[in-house]
Design a protein. Structure first.
Length: 147
């Protein structure tokens, strides 16, 4: 089983958000909060990513997650989560309509994954794709995409 501590997660999150801000000339903020079980990060429009280091630690250390999600390190998981949430924030700026109207959850997720891939380095692109498929399948199985 993999282990990590919340202090390491905090550093990795701050470092990755800083990298994205610098590299892509964004102004993302990051905030730590306790999130609902099953959510490691969320986008809080217009420019904030909220994360729960304990939830990230718990999900990464879950053997089932580790076996199925296709993510090799905690650093890569954090990069993928931040890229995806950044995709949500970019999508919000382009089309906030989806965020204020029910029934668009699946489209919002697809948009975030598509827009987020620009923030992923080539070395972990295959992990990003595998995790995207894992995440979308998980949402579909748990009926989070309501019609």
């Amino acid at each position: 089983m993999k282990t990590t501590h919340v202090g390491e997660i905090r550093k990795l999150v701050r470092r990755q958000v800083g990298t994205i801000n610098t590299k892509f000339e964004l102004n993302l903020a990051v905030k730590e909060e306790k999130l609902e079980k099953g959510f490691q990060m969320i986008a809080d429009a217009p420019e904030t990513i909220i994360y729960d280091p304990n939830e990230i630690k718990d999900v990464f250390n879950n053997p089932r997650f580790f076996d199925q999600a296709g993510v090799s390190t905690i650093a890569n998981l954090i990069k993928i989560l931040i890229a995806h949430e950044t995709g949500h924030l970019i999508d919000y700026k382009r089309n906030s309509f989806l965020f204020y109207n029910k029934g668009h959850e699946e489209q919002m997720e697809l948009n975030a994954w598509k827009l987020g891939e620009q923030y992923i380095d080539d070395e972990i692109r295959s992990e990003y794709e595998t995790f995207k498929d894992f995440s979308l399948d998980s949402y579909r199985r748990s009926n989070k995409f309501k019609q």
